[in-house]
Design a protein around this ligand. Sequence first.
Ligand SMILES: [Zn+2]
Length: 117
Amino acid sequence: MKKRHGHYCCVCDQFKANEKFSGRGHSTHICKVCAKLQVNERETQQLQNKITFFYQKHRLSQKDREYLTKISKDAGHPKAAEDAKSFLADYDRERALWRELSKDECVITENPEPDTP
Ligand SMILES: [Zn+2]
């Protein structure tokens, strides 16, 4: 069986070679480069990774939305808060647009082609 090489760093969101991690870094999933960052920078990076993950989702659950709203108000991590805010704004704009389009579609389906016998 093929073994997966490397180790995942949850701060820079990358798979890196085992030697890029210190002994402690393995269990905390933080590579040597990220371990040198300030705690706040590291947390901001991790929050931003999570926001990036939400970008891949098409629909947010109520829980997702609450979580993102919480990040958007996180004064301790202003950069991540900005990202969360613009994500929610983008998401709402897209949803509104989608609703508009759906409405148009409804009008069309309300007047179907008459059935030809
Ligand atoms: Zn890293």
